[in-house]
Design a protein around this ligand. Structure first.
Ligand SMILES: [Zn+2]
Length: 295
């Protein structure tokens, strides 16, 4: 069985910490380097429910995409929610490791996993890393579909293939317009509209699209926007990351057991469609591009 320090250096090899954004906080949050690791849990969010799941599993390492502490802190007291997570983990000798913007930029990275979940063929990064001569790393991905499909069908497909959330998948654009090329960016992607427009793709799949950037993007080009829950666009990375660690474990004969959390930690828990003809349950109401009632 490997020591935590060996597993951590393998993970650092997949997602080098120096490739994270300056403002980010990645790497080991807590953990004793000498602890023997047999079981690892992957999840999007380092919240209490996920810490509890790591305890139940008997995992020694929890790997999350989102940081627990992004800004400095002066307390890990258990009466703060983040401190409670830290206490839960340390009491059960579980390490926490974060791979955030360094996993976004990696190849394969978060957007490769999103493209894979959507059944898209990746052509290259949307914003290539200047220091990657192979032009594989970077933010977002430009992708192709094997055959063009109307936007309406593409959105339905996205809703079927991504983890179910109460938001579902919403879209902006002509439902009948064919989609053949797609830019994807796991997580909040409305800072990349200029690059998406420059790429000349038919549609952009991301999360957290705000009114003004989305509205302006729609006014400036026929680009279709496909907006899924932030959690849903990043969860596929957990499966990809677990498979990457599995491969490393096999190579070293570590015999690690990896698990991917299936707990939906999207903070949004309710949804009501505003369309008057929508008498369907809220969980299935967001997968249509044609229920365009103003709201
Ligand atoms: Zn995120």
């Amino acid at each position: 069985m490997p020591a935590l320090s060996e597993v951590i250096s393998a993970l650092d090899g997949l997602w080098p910490r120096e490739r994270a954004e300056q403002w980010d906080a990645v790497g080991t949050v807590c953990g004793d380097p000498g602890t023997e690791v047999t079981s690892v849990l992957f999840a999007v969010d380092p919240v209490q429910e996920i810490a509890g799941q790591a305890v139940e599993l008997g995992a020694q390492l929890l790997v999350t995409h989102h940081p627990l502490y992004l800004r400095g802190t002066t307390t890990v007291a258990a009466d703060t929610f983040k401190g409670r997570v830290v206490h839960t983990l340390i009491k059960h000798d579980i390490a926490l490791y974060v791979a955030h913007t360094n996993a976004d930029r990696a190849a394969p990275g978060v957007s490769d996993a999103l493209a894979g979940a959507l059944g898209l063929r990746v052509v290259g990064p949307l914003v290539p890393d200047p220091d990657d001569s192979q032009e594989r790393r970077g933010l977002g991905r430009i992708c192709e579909l094997d055959r063009p499909v109307p936007l309406e069908e593409f959105v339905r497909l996205a809703a079927e293939r991504l983890p179910a959330t109460v938001q579902g998948v919403r879209a902006a654009g002509d439902p009948a317009r064919p989609v053949r090329t797609v830019a994807v960016c796991g997580g909040s992607g409305d800072g990349l509209f200029d690059q998406v427009r420059a790429a000349g793709v038919d549609a952009y799949v991301t999360a957290d699209l705000r009114h003004h950037p989305a509205s302006e993007a729609r006014e400036q080009s026929p680009l279709a926007l496909v907006d899924a829950a932030h959690f849903a666009t990043e969860w596929p990375w957990c499966e990809q990351a677990a498979a990457q660690l599995d491969a490393i474990s096999d190579r070293h004969g570590w015999g690690l057991r990896t698990h991917v959390s299936r707990m939906v930690t999207d903070p949004w828990t309710a949804h009501a469609a505003s369309s008057p003809d929508s008498a369907r349950p809220a969980l299935s109401a967001a997968n249509s591009t044609t229920s365009g009632a103003p709201n």
